[in-house]
Structures are given as structure tokens and as C-alpha cells.
Design a binder for this molecule. Structure first.
Ligand code: B12
Ligand code: SF4
Ligand code: SF4
Length: 318
């Protein structure tokens, strides 16, 4: 069997749901144009890091010298139905699906490291690898599309026709020349459900995504106050937002996460807002050491909790 096929088979054995390969040539022009006009229009809001390292973000060979191929893997994170609805007498705040699990960054990187160990064991030493997951400057969704993992929907998610949009991505850049996978041809067609479901208009009718209006951006990435009009629309969304994902028909028919090694934390589906408001830094560090919630940090989470509590108070008094 070809090395490329061996690698794909091993990635699936390691618990990934999807795997594809593309060459390390620059990102396709249409994506680069979209990224540049997105940055020019200030749709990146306060994410200054998106303005930096443009040359790396649009060309894997600039991110990793000598790169010839990119192996990209996808992990299904759709939670099982039983874990979605949780009732409590306390005011609770909702957490985005991906953060209801252990932090996916080290999980995916560890699995990809096992994949590179396997490649060395069959192809010999002297090979070079760079493992990325989320934080590296690389247009991951554009790479995933070219490697045949799915298509990019109007909600800007990489969507696999069978597994839906709830797929987390990680990559191995390597100096080995591998056989590229074929892109797939599906699309959204006439559907506009995610645009209609976005509570703030962050998904614009012209197809662009505006972080200045996105609840996910404000609750996870933004420092300082959240504008009043958006704070009200936040409702009980404490960390992240899944509306444009949950509206998608591809999400509805997708199977749930089947990787038992990717640990799901039922106690992170919703969080007690009052308890969070008076949590000490020490207790936060202990409780969320292995969680993507650390990205926001305790101060932002407390700010979000105050807003969710105020929204719930307003709802009950009206
Ligand atoms: C910055 C960032 C964010 C920001 C900005 C989001 C954004 N849309 O850019 C914030 C904090 C808001 C965010 C939110 C979320 N994120 Co995020 N995020 C990233 C990060 C680090 C970079 C994304 C990026 O390059 N943005 C630049 C802009 C220009 O990209 P874009 O809007 O998607 O546009 C591109 C394509 O859509 C494409 N395109 C194709 N057709 C068209 C048509 C038109 C008209 C346009 C304009 C563009 C376009 O062109 C552009 C360039 O490729 C990536 C990891 C990475 N390194 O890639 C994760 C990543 C995209 N995030 C991820 C996730 C899971 C989420 C959330 C679902 C989390 C949540 N529940 O809150 C939401 C989803 C929000 C959304 N609908 O995009 C996953 C997505 C996996 C997937 N299946 O697609 C990623 C890949 C992380 C990972 N490793 O798994 N995220
Ligand atoms: S994450 Fe929420 S606010 Fe942001 S684009 Fe999607 S639905 Fe809109
Ligand atoms: S909800 Fe409809 S338009 Fe939006 S991404 Fe899914 S299929 Fe595409």
C-alpha cells in the first residue's frame, strides 16, 4: 500500500473521523482574496494576531521551511443528545459544544504526534514535521477544503456532508511528498438557515463574517466591556456561540462524537453563573486546567457571567 494510504488508515485508527492530504503550495487565490478584504474591512475586530504573519497564513511553506505536504485530520465533536439539555434551579450559562470536552488542542496534537511516530517507523528517519492545531497562522479551513475534508458553508464552517460542521481540525506539515486527496463538490445550495439563525447579523448577506458583531468573538476573545446591544442578545451564552452551527441541516443529520478517548465533561455543558462570579483564580485554575475555557480567562468569564445574570434577571422581571 502507498505511504499516503497507510497514513490515512493510521489517522483513523488513532481516533480521527476524517483525514486528507494536500500539497504545501500556497492557499488558493479566492481564499487569500477573502482573507485580505476581511482584514481591510476590519472584520477581525480586536484579533490583532489575525493581521500578523499573513505570509505564513497563506503559504504552508512559509510556516514550515521545506514543507511539501499537509496532512489534515478532523475530530467530530458533536455531543450526544442526552448531554445537551440540563435543568437547574440556579441561573446557568451555556458553554459552546467544543469547550464541553477536554481542551482539544493538546488532545489533537498528541494524536498527531503518534501519527508522525508511525510515519517515521515506516518511512525512516530524516523526515521533518510541524504539528499545528488552531493557534498556528494557517488558514485551516481552506487547507481542509483542498484536502477533501468537506466544503466551506455560509456559516464559514468546514462542513463534511456526512459528519456535519462540528469537526475540529489539526495538521501535520511535512517535507515528504504525499499523494493529494480529491476535494469534494457539495455546497449549501439555496439554504440560508445559518444567516437567519445568527442572532446578531455577524453573518452578513454579502457572505462575509463580521467579528464586531459575533457573540463567540466577544465572549472568548474580547477584552473590556461588551457593547450593550450585544450584551443583551448574548442571553445565557457564557462562552462561545453555536447558533450558526446548530441551524445547519448537515449538523442535524450528523452522528455524535464516537471517540471515547476525547473526554466529555457533562459538568461543563452549562455553568453555575453565581458560583463562577465568585470563583477564585486558584479554584478556576484547578477546575479548568484541561479546558479550552482557559482561553477566555477568569476575568472575561466573570464579565460574561455578570451579563448572563443580568439578562436572566431582565427576562424574569418582564
Ligand atoms: C480567528 C478564529 C475565530 C474567530 C473568528 C472566526 C472567523 N470566522 O474567522 C472567532 C473567535 C469568532 C471564532 C469563532 C468560532 N470558531 Co474559530 N477559529 C479562528 C481561527 C484561529 C482563524 C480563522 C480565520 O482564519 N479567519 C479568517 C477569516 C477570513 O476566515 P473565514 O471568515 O472563515 O473566511 C474564510 C473562508 O470562509 C473562505 N470563504 C469561502 N467562501 C467564502 C465566501 C465569502 C463571501 C467570504 C467572505 C469568505 C469565504 O475564505 C476565507 C479564507 O479562507 C481558526 C483556526 C485556524 N488557524 O484557521 C479557528 C476555527 C476556524 N474555529 C473553529 C471553531 C470550532 C469556532 C466556533 C464554532 C467556536 C464557537 N462555538 O464559538 C466559532 C464559529 C464562528 C464562525 N461561524 O466562524 C474551528 C472550525 C472548524 C470547522 N469545522 O470549520 C477552527 C478551524 C479551529 C480548529 N482547529 O478546529 N473563531
Ligand atoms: S457564532 Fe453566533 S454570533 Fe457568531 S456568527 Fe455564529 S451565530 Fe452569529
Ligand atoms: S445552514 Fe444552510 S447555508 Fe448555512 S452552512 Fe448549513 S447548509 Fe449552508
Amino acid at each position: 500500500m502507498l505511504l499516503s494510504d497507510d497514513i490515512k488508515q493510521k489517522a483513523l485508527q488513532l481516533g480521527f473521523d476524517l483525514v486528507g492530504i494536500t500539497d504545501a503550495s500556497p492557499i488558493d487565490d479566492n481564499h487569500v482574496e477573502c482573507l485580505k478584504s476581511w482584514l481591510d474591512a476590519d472584520f477581525a475586530a480586536g484579533m490583532g494576531y489575525m493581521q500578523r504573519n499573513l505570509e505564513k497564513r497563506i503559504n504552508p511553506a512559509n510556516l514550515f521551511e521545506g514543507a511539501r505536504s499537509v496532512i489534515i485530520a478532523g475530530l467530530n465533536y458533536k455531543p450526544s443528545a442526552g448531554s445537551i439539555c440540563r435543568q437547574s434551579p440556579q441561573p446557568m450559562g451555556r458553554v459552546a459544544h467544543y469547550a464541553q470536552y477536554e481542551d482539544y488542542h493538546p488532545f489533537i496534537k498528541n494524536q498527531l504526534r503518534k501519527l508522525t511516530d508511525f510515519i517515521i517507523s515506516v518511512a525512516g528517519p530524516g523526515l521533518k514535521f510541524k504539528i499545528c492545531c488552531d493557534s498556528a497562522p494557517l488558514l485551516e479551513r481552506a487547507v481542509a477544503e483542498r484536502a477533501g475534508l468537506g466544503f466551506i458553508g455560509k456559516n464559514h464552517m468546514l462542513i463534511n456532508p456526512d459528519l456535519g460542521p462540528e469537526i475540529l481540525l489539526g495538521e501535520v506539515l511535512t517535507n515528504i511528498e504525499l499523494v493529494p486527496s480529491e476535494p469534494i463538490k457539495n455546497s449549501c445550495g439555496d439554504c440560508n438557515k445559518c444567516l437567519n439563525a445568527c442572532p446578531t447579523g455577524a453573518l452578513r448577506p454579502d457572505g462575509y463574517f463580521d467579528a464586531n458583531k459575533c457573540i463567540s468573538y466577544f465572549t472568548i476573545e474580547h477584552n473590556g466591556d461588551i457593547p450593550e446591544n450585544l450584551a443583551e442578545i448574548m442571553g445565557d451564552r457564557l462562552f462561545g456561540c453555536d447558533e450558526c452551527v446548530l441551524a445547519c441541516p448537515y449538523q442535524h443529520k450528523a452522528p455524535t462524537c464516537r471517540n471515547a478517548r476525547f473526554i466529555f465533561h457533562p459538568e461543563r455543558v452549562v455553568l453555575d453563573l453565581r458560583a463562577l462570579s465568585c470563583l477564585s483564580q486558584e479554584d478556576f485554575d484547578l477546575a479548568f486546567a484541561d479546558s479550552a475555557l482557559r482561553r477566555a480567562g477568569l476575568d472575561r468569564l466573570k464579565r460574561n457571567a455578570r451579563i448572563c445574570l443580568e439578562n436572566q434577571r431582565r427576562k424574569h422581571s418582564s
